[in-house]
Design a protein around this ligand. Sequence first.
Ligand code: ATP
Ligand code: MG
Length: 293
Amino acid sequence: MAKIYPIGGGKGGVGKSFITASLGALIAKWGKKVVIIDLDLGASNLHTLLGMQSPNIGLNSFLDKTVQDLESAAVSTSIPNLFLISSSHCYMEIANLFYAHKVKIIEAIKKLPFDYVFLDLGPGTNFNMLDFFLTSEEGILICTPEPTSIENSFRFIKTIYYRKLKQMIKKHIFNSLQKDFSEDAVKPGTTPSDIIEIALKHDPEKEGHLRSQLSKFKFKFIFNQFRNNLDATLGNQFETICNRHFYSFFEFLGYVSFDGRIQDAIFSKTLYVHRYPHTQSAADLKNIAAKIT
Ligand SMILES: Nc1ncnc2c1ncn2[C@@H]1O[C@H](COP(=O)(O)OP(=O)(O)OP(=O)(O)O)[C@@H](O)[C@H]1O
Ligand SMILES: [Mg+2]
């Protein structure tokens, strides 16, 4: 079965797509069969990062049944073993995705016959995006060292918890909690245990079940655009804080250094790790890819 890694994080422009393409390319180069799926519906751009034209088949072909299964919607890239399922011809925005379509995509992702599946998610925390992040228990969060990005990452994890609780507790109980949740659960001062407390207040027997479900998550995170004048303990500090405050396991995968040549590579439609394989950022990405595999 494939290892599935959804790549997300609350903030836009932090480098989710760049890191998805880079990790996919590196791991494919090491001989693994990899597919990267562009799930940033309405703003898809993974094909451009891979230096490709917008493919004719993709997620839309799977949804409109032009192809029989999701695997057939994958196109090969210039890198052997690396495949792309594009959504560049999906004309709906992620927020407008039909529930049945979302379920169909998630179920099909879980059956893909690849070694590694990476999901490139869009910014924000709309429910469809969160459900794609919950396709696997090993989601990877991308953030930058800026305080605003770190704040957004905490908020993102809290929103994931909120979403997971919605899936786990009875609908009528959840609906009666909606007011508490929407006003309290994701506001800045609220801790994850507050979210669980709110849920347990209404359904105390669920405590063991809720905790065991949340403990299955093994979140990973990467600090991108890291500059060497910054505090090098930031990643480990974030890991410690998350492991202390959330009921899941958090692993810091590493920093990816800031490098202006990343933008040059994107402009020239070439993959950075191929064009500049001997840079610090390329080494950082290789270390992270090695940790994942
Ligand atoms: N390590 C880095 N150093 C320098 N620039 C970077 C780095 N990582 C990403 N960038 C720049 O940030 C830009 C945004 O990256 P990317 O498109 O991957 O972000 P994203 O999180 O996918 O954005 P969105 O939320 O809009 O999908 C890139 O065009 C690139 O120029
Ligand atoms: Mg992106």
